[in-house]
Design a protein around this ligand. Structure first.
Ligand code: MLT
Length: 393
């Protein structure tokens, strides 16, 4: 037998597993220290009351023969897909129900979508970026081209017509930099993809953090995007579903390559390999889109954005260059004294007992940068900021 040799080309462990291991080892050696985790983008606020009520009701449904639900539709229940459709409609994006696929989160879909594409495709990925895009393509053995995101282009690389690519990853608001493409910039990507016959995989997981109304929350706000883009979104950061797990992926019916509908392929893939997200979770997800759920989740997002402001104000005070934190829960900062990002990680962990994410973990252009998340609770965020100020002033 032969194993997938491509796995030998991966780093030993996934970025956030490596960090967790390091932090756990430090905690075991220093049980007296209070470590504050602003590393992985995991939320701390509980699910909002509207979601909790809907999930309780769903569990009650499951306790009766009349309300019981076994296997659900692989593509998701219509009640949730209708809610997602309505959410897009508010932004002027008209979707058909068949274009919406409910899943257990964006991470799985972003990885699984590659089932649709031949290994002999060239992939274009911004650097730095969410490591899942790179790792899943390495697993398949695809050729990867990187585009530089840096301070010069405000971490928003634009298409280079001399580069040929088949699959393009865009994440906006960006993880890790917090940078957000405007409509003109996204339109440049849509035009490029159509010219190259490429498909854009657009990760909108952080769309709910966009405060500036002029910025696009969905790639389908751009003309012709349905001809070239698949969009992934998730309730993890929008509504605290990191542990509850629910996301949705839009594969437009118009999206065809070589006369084949990608929507049809994804449906075939999902019906074969996925048995749907659980009924109770989908009921909870539906509640996110009700007026009450929207109000409650927006309040939580404002809370995290206030944390982001506390962190960025501290960076201003310290004279540290940073970006993000305004339309995004991430603050992307330059390591002081040009430190290497893993060295700064150790320095901060050991001297302030604060955990962040080293920029180098997101790609070579992340070297000398560092990511802090605003998803902590207020008290810990304030304490972490005080410790950082003490250490770096
Ligand atoms: C992150 O910290 O980058 C994210 O939480 C990881 C994820 O969403 O999978």
């Amino acid at each position: 037998m032969k194993l997938n040799q491509n796995y030998s080309n991966l780093k030993d462990s996934y970025l956030f597993s490596t960090i967790a291991k390091k932090v756990n080892a430090y905690a075991a050696e220093h049980p007296d220290k209070k470590i504050i985790r602003l590393g992985i983008g995991d939320v701390t606020k509980p699910l909002c009351p509207a979601v909790i009520q809907a999930m309780h009701d769903a569990v009650n449904d499951l306790s009766t023969e009349a309300g019981f639900h076994g296997y659900g539709p692989e593509q998701g229940y219509d009640f949730l897909r209708e809610s997602v459709k309505g959410y897009y409609e508010k932004r002027g994006v008209a979707l058909q129900l068949d274009e919406i696929f409910i899943s257990d989160g964006a991470k799985s879909d972003v990885g699984n979508i590659l089932d649709l594409f031949d290994r002999d495709n060239t992939v274009l990925i911004p650097d730095p970026v969410y490591p899942v895009y790179v790792d899943t393509n390495i697993m398949d053995g695809r050729r990867i081209l990187y585009m530089d995101a840096n301070a010069q282009n405000a971490f928003l690389p634009l298409p280079d017509p001399s580069v040929d690519a088949d699959i393009i990853y865009l994440c906006s608001p960006n993880n890790p930099t917090g940078a957000v493409y405007n409509k003109e910039q996204l339109a440049a990507w849509v035009n490029y993809a159509i010219q190259k016959d490429a498909v854009i995989l657009f990760d909108a997981a952080y769309e709910a953090f966009i405060q500036d109304e002029t910025l696009p929350k969905s790639i389908y706000e751009i003309e012709n995007a349905k001809r070239c883009a698949i969009e992934f979104c998730s309730l993890s950061k929008t509504a605290g579903f990191t542990g509850t797990r629910c996301g949705y992926t839009i594969v437009p019916l118009e999206l065809q390559r070589n006369g084949v509908s990608l929507n049809k392929l994804w449906l075939r893939r999902q019906t074969t390999k996925f048995n749907g997200t659980s009924y109770a979770v989908q009921k909870g997800a539906q509640a996110v889109f009700t007026p009450e759920g929207q109000k409650q989740t927006r309040e939580t997002i404002q809370y995290y954005l206030e944390n982001a402001k506390i962190i960025s104000d501290a960076m201003d005070e310290l004279g540290i260059w940073y970006t993000g934190g305004k339309n995004s829960p991430y603050i992307w900062l330059k390591c002081p004294n040009d430190m290497q990002s893993w060295d700064f990680f150790d320095y901060l962990l050991e001297n302030a007992n604060v955990v962040g994410t080293p920029g180098a973990g997101f790609g070579k252009n992340g070297e000398h940068f560092f990511r802090l998340t605003a998803f902590g609770n207020r008290e810990n965020t304030k304490e972490a900021v005080e410790r950082i100020k003490q250490l770096l002033k």
